[in-house]
Design a protein around this ligand. Structure first.
Ligand code: NAD
Length: 258
């Protein structure tokens, strides 16, 4: 028996990184996954491999959300869960951040999460209840220099998570957030997109970089975040809603002076 047998779950940003691992794990646990992204070739290929449905969905576009929900219902008849995973990161000091860049990050990370909740929650309610997992970040619960627009949107994702948990509980929908620290995906490790690079060598270099920074001594793996998203999407977390779950190797626990 899988932990998600019979459930239909939409995952955004599912073509690579954490979203890819969520699509893989959820499928292995018996879910019918609706994989969505703006990287259509990559998404289609992975969906074919997993026997999942792929739908183009720019999370910042309201009409894309409506079309994706329609495709999901036409194909599977219902929607039981949503993982708002898609996100972008831009590095800049606050004083150097152009308004356009700030708003671009808001549109994907914050508006995308809002539109996902607003469009999909009524469908989950109609199916008798289910789960929403929002992807926030370590930077949703603490500051980090040079990622001001990103940190602002991830703090907002936590606010949305808490309000949605309160408003949607009567419809049987639980809403929680994952807050990853550094995870070895193209976002934290753009060299992963370089076809000439050796991914294992890059991972070792990142582990070395995070050895001193993070108590558990290495960067996180996207598979580990997927397991947390699974926990929050299945009945193992039946009495949990409105909470942020930090998964960061102990990074947020504090600093060591020795
Ligand atoms: P990633 O860059 O590998 O994956 C992000 C995915 O989102 C990509 O497939 C991308 O195409 C998709 N995407 C980007 N813009 C989109 C849009 N407008 N509409 C739909 N899809 C879009 O990075 P990742 O690490 O897998 O990121 C997944 C989530 O985890 C993001 O929300 C990110 O902010 C969050 N996160 C990542 C880390 C990390 O260190 N990697 C840490 C904390 C939080």
């Amino acid at each position: 028996m899988g932990k998600l047998d019979g459930r239909v779950v939409i995952v955004t940003g599912a073509a690579r990184g954490q979203g890819e691992q969520e699509a893989r794990l959820f499928t292995a646990e018996g879910a019918r996954v609706v994989m969505t992204d703006v990287l259509d070739d990559q998404g289609e290929e992975l969906a074919k491999e997993l026997g999942a449905l792929y739908v183009h969905l720019d999370v910042g576009r309201e009409d894309d959300w409506r079309a994706a929900v329609t495709r999901a219902k036409e194909t599977y008849g219902r929607i039981d869960g949503l993982v708002n995973n898609a996100g972008i990161l831009r590095f800049n000091a606050l004083l150097d951040t152009p308004l356009e860049e700030f708003l671009q990050v808001v549109q994907v990370n914050q508006v995308g999460c809002f539109l996902g909740i607003r469009t999909v929650a009524p469908e989950i309610a109609a199916a008798g209840g289910g789960t929403i997992v929002n992807t926030a970040s370590y930077t949703a619960v603490t500051g980090m220099a040079a990622v001001g627009s990103y940190a602002a949107t991830k703090h907002a994702v936590l606010g949305l998570t808490r309000v949605a948990a309160l408003e949607l509980a009567p419809s049987g929908i639980r809403v929680n957030a994952v807050c990853p620290g550094a995870v070895d995906t193209p976002m934290s490790n753009p060299a992963r997109l370089d076809p000439d690079a050796d991914p294992e060598e890059m991972s070792r270099a990142l582990d070395e970089l995070y050895r001193k920074l993070v108590p558990l001594g290495r960067i996180g793996r996207p598979e580990e975040v997927a397991r947390l998203a699974l926990f929050l999407s299945c009945d193992d977390s039946a009495y949990i809603t409105g909470q942020p779950f930090v998964i960061d190797g102990g990074w947020l626990a504090g600093v060591s002076v020795v």
